[in-house]
Design a protein around this ligand. Structure first.
Ligand SMILES: [Zn+2]
Ligand SMILES: [Zn+2]
Length: 273
């Protein structure tokens, strides 16, 4: 098993693994300093696409700038729940304008974060609601961030749905019933590197049962590096470790799992790949 996790990028190429990182933050430090090298390592690891997710207006501009430099990089834009306090009529209008660029393939990440509470809860609820509506208006799939807020967040999604342009619960950390509710809404479920963490049997159980046509993979880099790289700054190429673990859990080979998750990301975000 040890040799498997140590196989390098050129091995993956030989094995024809294809992967998409459906949620990255190339516009954040330290990745933003070295986007050329980061994208080159991603290509070497078998990635054919990266979605970099801007979390406020300024960050979204940087994310879009990076997406415009690389054919394989796409952007998403929205106010993260941490930045709910910055959401106003004027800033939403500017975000809407930025989303007119064809390189913006999704709206978000939007949602609720009752773990860190960096914006007051009432502002988070209002920003989530307003941005769900904006995403429908501009016909984009939504990228949803929920942390310690699955009950409230799913109830809001159920109230605001249906979502004809789809959506994903990114960096999934809910339980089986939360996963069921997300799937019933027609959403995709995105599995991050935390699925490789020793204690995370709960997420492994969920990753085993998500239907083939609803699973996505992500890094959420520079955060949450998978094992055996936990503790280091994460980057898109490390998604291979997450993919390998999810393939093992689901009892399929890495190539099939990669292909499946890649097709799902292309379908949800309408990627021209
Ligand atoms: Zn998030
Ligand atoms: Zn994120």
């Amino acid at each position: 098993m040890e040799t498997k996790t140590c196989s390098d990028a050129s091995d993956n190429k030989k094995n024809d693994v294809i992967l998409i990182d459906s949620h990255a933050h190339l516009e954040l430090e330290p990745l933003v300093e070295q986007t050329q090298a980061v994208v080159a390592r991603a290509v070497a690891a078998g990635l054919i696409g990266i979605i970099t997710v801007g979390i406020d207006l300024q960050d979204a501009k940087v994310a879009l700038g990076i997406a415009e430099q690389f054919d394989m990089v796409f952007a998403a834009a929205g106010f993260h729940p941490h930045n709910a306090k910055d959401v106003a009529d004027n800033s939403l209008l500017q975000m809407e304008k930025l989303c007119e660029n064809p390189k913006v393939v999704g709206y978000g990440e939007i949602g609720l974060d009752f773990f860190r509470n960096r914006s007051p809860r009432d502002l988070q609820l209002a920003a989530f609601s307003n941005q769900m509506e904006l995403a429908q208006k501009i016909r984009k799939p939504i990228i949803v961030h929920l942390r310690d807020a699955y009950q409230e967040g799913l109830a809001m999604l159920e109230k605001h749905g249906p979502f004809p342009f789809g959506g994903v619960i990114h960096c999934f950390s809910g339980d089986e019933s939360d996963a069921r509710r997300a799937l019933d809404l027609g959403f995709y479920i995105s599995i991050p590197g935390t699925v490789t963490y020793k204690k995370n049997d709960k997420l492994r159980a969920i990753a085993a049962t998500i239907p083939d046509d609803r699973i996505l993979l992500e890094t959420d880099c520079p955060f949450l590096s998978p094992e055996p790289l936990r503790g280091k700054d994460n980057e898109p190429s490390y998604i291979i470790h997450t993919a390998r673990k999810v393939a093992e859990i689901r009892g399929v080979d890495l190539q099939s799992l990669g292909l499946l998750a890649t097709q799902n990301a292309i379908r949800l975000f309408n990627l021209p790949l």
